[in-house]
Write a protein that binds this ligand. Structure first.
Ligand code: PLP
Length: 471
């Protein structure tokens, strides 16, 4: 029985069948003295404490969670309850260690709990957590974002990606004087009412076509088209002439699995929006600072009118932002009449985490590194899948990736839904038992970080090879 080192239980909790072996290099918490081997075939992942806590949580929180996909509904089994994170690793409350490819859904791009970010947070904390008044750190993060993201001349900080998209939508409507918007099937722009139409992963995973509680009036101005289908967009423009405020999209989709734009698609959207006096909004909550330091707009060399951000810019604290050309942004209150506010917006702790995360990302070679290890990971998994006889496809850009259990190609959400989600669930469970934490849904992108080593990737690919053979 082949064993993999290091990712598994504490020695005291180790199943009898698992053989102790050398410890992995990398972070070790002081409380954890020895990392032991766990066999990939070993299905006795001990999760007693996780189960106990989650069972209690179900009485306290709807579904036991504060965000639906965390509940593991689409892959089955109980979710894991975590105790701590560091670098590329997560530890659950039972002491199991995992290599993490969720990265808190994107923010952890430089690795979890980075020492420099933590040190800066501690210094900032000493001066207080929130002023509800201007602070210098807002300028520092704003300058970094403006310098990085080509389309952004001014920025407004908020507390989540959802808020950023709500703000950008209101602003687009205020600026153009139009109300209709076009979004794409499978793209997620947070949980605000007007976007909860064909909204991808979280909603799709639960099998909810739309959410009850969203008034018809809130979505009646939301038009949808299949991703990568420029003809469908043209038809919508023709039948709604002079009425469309904005086209909003994920420039690379991460909320319907990982889907890239066809060559020319983003350019065509740029042209048609310009011709029609419609704003182009890149929702870069996921892709911002992940595909490139300047986001997807730098990577693809397309300049949108407005950009929404989140995840990475908060470095693990709650931050969102929207930004764009000065003439548009100056409509936002109090510079202009479009109202949008936030009690905790721009608070010093969140700004600090963002500033120091971005600082790390300006060091040379970061994105090349992410590209290399992520390519190694995805190619390794796809090769193993092919050898095991599975129909699979997938890809990556820099530190964002995904694989589907269908031969593909996947250009839109309909294609993505051809994936064998039952097989994905078995793959997910197998990887979990091997000590690899993947997003618990076929319709979510995966993420790597600067803290992931080649060894982590090799371990993961080896684990995938074994799991793919038996599912
Ligand atoms: C995560 C995400 C959001 C929502 O951000 P929250 O911080 O979860 O509110 C919006 N758009 C995209 C593309 C996202 O990936």
């Amino acid at each position: 029985m082949a064993t993999f080192t290091g990712v598994g239980s504490h020695s005291s909790l180790l199943p009898v069948s698992a053989k102790p072996s050398r410890t992995r290099s990398g972070h070790r918490r002081a409380s954890v003295l020895v990392r032991n081997a766990i066999s990939v075939e070993n299905k006795s992942l001990k999760l007693d404490k996780s189960e106990e806590i989650f069972t209690a949580a179900k009485e306290l929180l709807p579904g036991g969670v504060n965000s639906p996909v965390r509940a593991f509904r689409s892959v089955g089994g109980q979710p894991i309850v975590f105790d701590s994170v560091k670098g590329s690793r997560m530890w659950d409350v039972d002491g199991n260690e995992y290599i993490d490819y969720v990265g808190s859904w994107g923010p952890a791009i430089i690795g979890h709990a980075d020492d420099k970010v933590n040190a800066a947070l501690i210094e900032t904390l000493k001066k207080g957590t929130s002023f509800g008044a201007p602070c210098l750190l807002e300028n520092v993060l704003a300058e970094a974002v403006i310098a990085a993201v080509p389309s952004v001349e001014m920025v407004r900080f908020v507390n989540s990606g959802t808020e950023a998209c709500m703000g950008a939508l209101r602003l687009a409507r205020a600026f153009t004087g139009h109300e209709k918007i076009i979004k794409f099937e499978g793209c997620y722009h947070g949980h605000a009412d007007p976007f909860l139409v064909k909204a991808g992963s979280g909603v799709a995973t639960l099998g909810l076509p739309d959410s009850p509680g969203v008034p018809k009036a809130a979505t009646s101005e939301t038009l949808t088209a299949p991703y990568n289908d420029i003809d469908a967009v043209k038809l919508l423009f023709e039948s709604n002439k002079g009425e469309i405020a904005a086209v909003i999209l994920e420039p690379v989709v991460g909320n319907a699995g990982f889907i890239t734009p066809k060559p020319g698609f983003l350019n065509a959207l740029r042209e048609i929006t310009k011709e029609n006096g419609t704003l182009l909004i890149f929702d870069e909550v996921m892709t911002g600072f992940r595909l490139a330091y300047g986001g997807a707009q730098e990577y693809f060399n397309i300049t949108p009118d407005l950009t929404t951000m989140g995840k990475v810019i908060g470095g693990g604290l709650p931050v969102g932002a929207y930004g764009g050309r000065r003439e548009i942004m100056e409509m936002v209150a109090p510079a202009g009449p479009m109202y949008q506010a936030g009690t905790l917006s721009g608070n010093p702790l969140a700004m600090t985490a963002g500033i120091h995360t971005l600082k790390r990302l300006t060091e040379p070679g970061c994105y090349e590194y992410l590209d290399n290890i992520t390519g190694q990971l995805v190619n390794g998994i796809l090769d193993s899948g092919k050898r095991a006889g599975h129909k699979m496809c997938g890809g990556h850009i820099r530190g964002m990736f995904g694989v589907f259990f269908t031969s593909g190609p996947v250009y839109n959400f309909e294609d993505a839904k051809k994936s064998d989600t039952g097989k994905f669930a078995r793959f997910h469970r197998g990887m979990l038992e091997a000590g690899v934490y993947l997003a618990p849904s076929q319709f979510e992108a995966g993420f790597t970080s600067l803290a992931h080593t080649s060894k982590d990737i090799e371990f993961t690919v080896e684990a995938a090879e074994k799991v793919l053979k038996r599912i």
